[in-house]
Design a protein around this ligand. Structure first.
Ligand code: BGC
Length: 457
């Protein structure tokens, strides 16, 4: 395709999405804040995990990260300058309750009060995630997500957050991507706390699913008018070949990746038919749990980056399926080696929209990591801009077809700590020099800003 045609294909206007559509950026506490021991903060499982040898790319950690704890005002001014009026961030549980349960930390609470107040003063709407993976380390010592007591610890934590911030925060997300933190943290052991196996995975799934609903109920109890959501990672899943074995394998992966947490919340139970190993979860279930798993969320946060191509495999335990790496398929990829495939976001919106009980949908994360090159103080990250435009076109298509998608948040505002991958992958609209903490707006950030300029909010 010639260059102009390609440009034309990607051209889009903010007004096409309607004036009420929310535009924002997303972040998470551990990935940006730093100040991991400041002002009475307790350690989280990520402070512990990153200190272990061999867990994180080049032994990076979030001790300083983007120094957002000290630079939040500067970053919010920059956000406003870029015409971004919705900011999704998470609260660090061990900053506000250092031991996870018990005595709150006034200085930690004060930080989020100042952050929220500054957002509001700058006409930036705060969108708060209650749990973005940084469990207080003291709770992990008692079993963390594998211990059913987490329900009461989590309820106390949510109660404190709602009591402290609920007068000003109108949009809440209970969990960030439960499958990722229970899968990577309690089955594969590649994320904190580094636990493995079904005996950890199954109870962690069930307790996270219960907390998802219990946390939401608490917010509504205090603020019935608050908008309460939760967020899911999701990938468009396709079989490698049109043969029964691969189709069934893809169906199992789809149940695991895309249905495991939404369906119990909708009252449909876990997708046990497609994932037989979930039967063993009965052991962790108590009478009455099915009802407790349900909550009528105001919105669902859909977080999509890519698609997966799935093949049957006898060798993979439980799931009998494996994905064919994008690199091997010779398709365009990002620095995470994830396939660039805009249609995946359209397919995911369609999938979530097809559940009758799902109300509003927000894309609470979408974005791409690329190797950014600074030339003469500038970063011309055309690939990121094209990625965003391509995915936004797919979101627009979904909206035009009547799907209930109400907003879009780029992951992420600045480059940040990308978990086990350390600081290597850069997802930001704004570049961070981790030596000096200097922020440089990338061409993609300028593009997003221009795109948003026409209308305020
Ligand atoms: C997570 C973020 C993460 C991003 C890119 C999502 O899975 O919520 O914390 O940085 O994807 O990998």
């Amino acid at each position: 395709m010639v260059k102009e045609e390609q440009e034309k294909k990607l051209s889009l206007k903010r007004e096409d999405f309607g004036k009420d559509f929310k535009w924002g950026v997303s972040t998470a506490a551990y990935q940006i804040e730093g100040s991991h021991q400041a002002d009475g903060k307790g350690p989280s499982i990520w402070d512990i995990f990153t200190a272990k040898r061999g867990k994180i790319y080049q032994a990076h950690n979030g001790n300083i990260a983007c120094d957002f704890y000290n630079k939040y005002e500067e970053d919010l001014y920059l956000m406003k300058d870029l015409n971004i009026h919705n900011f999704r961030f998470s609260i660090s549980w061990s900053r506000v309750i250092p031991a996870g349960v018990g005595v709150p930390n006034p200085e930690g609470i004060d930080f989020y009060n100042k952050l929220i107040d500054k957002c509001l003063a700058l006409d930036i709407e705060p969108w708060v995630t209650l749990y973005h993976w940084d469990l207080p380390a003291a709770l992990e010592q008692k079993g963390g997500w594998t211990n059913r007591e987490i329900i009461s610890w989590f309820k106390d934590y949510v109660t404190l957050c709602v009591q402290c911030f609920g007068d000003r925060v109108k949009n809440w997300m209970v969990l960030n991507e439960p499958l990722v933190f229970v899968g990577a943290g309690y089955f594969l052991g590649v994320h904190a706390p580094g636990k493995r196996g079904m005996k950890n995975f199954l109870p962690a799934i069930h307790h996270a699913a219960l907390c998802q609903a219990e946390g939401a109920r608490i917010i509504k109890q205090y603020y019935p008018l608050a908008k309460v959501g939760t967020t899911f990672s999701c990938s468009f899943i396709e079989p490698s070949r049109p043969i029964q074995k691969d189709i069934m394998a893809a169906q199992r992966i789809d149940a695991l990746v895309n249905r495991l947490f939404i369906e119990p919340a909708l009252g449909m139970g876990y997708p046990v038919e497609d994932l037989k190993f979930l039967k063993k979860m009965e052991k962790y279930q108590l009478p009455g749990d099915k009802a407790l798993l349900q909550f009528d969320f105001d919105f669902i946060g859909v977080q999509n980056y890519t698609r997966e191509i799935i093949k049957h495999s006898w060798f993979v335990p439980y799931i009998k399926a494996r994905n064919i790496k994008a690199e091997k398929r010779k398709v365009p990829i990002t620095a995470m080696k994830w396939e660039i495939y805009p249609d995946s976001i359209y397919q995911m919106l369609k999938k979530f929209n097809s559940y009758k009980k799902v109300r509003d949908i927000y894309v609470t994360e979408n974005g791409a990591a690329f190797k950014d090159i600074i030339e003469d103080g500038r970063i011309n990250d055309k690939r990121r801009t094209n990625y965003l435009k391509g995915y936004l076109k797919a979101v627009l298509q979904a909206k035009k077809e009547g799907m209930n998608v109400k907003g879009y948040f780029v992951w992420s505002f600045t480059d940040n700590f990308e978990w086990a991958e350390g600081f290597r992958p850069r997802f930001g609209l704004v570049h961070v020099d981790y030596q000096t903490q200097k922020r440089t707006i990338k061409a993609s950030g300028k593009w997003y800003s221009n795109f948003l300029r026409n209308q305020v909010k």
